[in-house]
Design a protein around this ligand. Sequence first.
Ligand code: PNS
Length: 165
Amino acid sequence: MASIAVCPGSFDPITYGHLDIITRGAKVFEQIYVVVLNNSSKNSLFSVEERVELIREVTKDLPNVVVDSFQGLLVEYAKSVNAKAIIRGLRAVSDFEYEMQITSMNRVLEEDIETFFIMTNNQYSFLSSSIVKEVAKYGGDISELVPRPVKESLKEKFTKLHNQE
Ligand code: PNS
């Protein structure tokens, strides 16, 4: 049986922290579906299509990674691609409570799907999409935080937004 995992997230936008988790997950599972969950309760900077496009660009050298998007319950998406595993990254103890909540909920919804946690490399333990957007918004250097296509898209996005003000 192929080991298929889903790596879900908002990815608004993908950072080196996410990429680290995806790359390490891709060494363990035969196939990984990186899926952008269209979570309507969040105000996103990038559209779902833009986020998918950026993830595709920065994972193009990982042959067992497929990038997709979905609106609905994560476990429903996992079932649709025959995935028995969910991969989540853990940066610090502060992530634990939130992750425990969503893992427990997913288990109630579908007990046959297991969640696996990968500890983020220490160098990315402070990194989040929100912090990257904050720094990029005010023109800070984000070269060490996100891959080049993401850096360029952020620059373009904020230039456009500044010009509208
Ligand atoms: O990158 P994020 O924002 O921490 O990812 C959270 C995400 C998208 C994985 C989570 O919100 C999710 O799974 N949303 C889909 C809806 C769902 O399945 N909800 C039930 C479990 S909380």
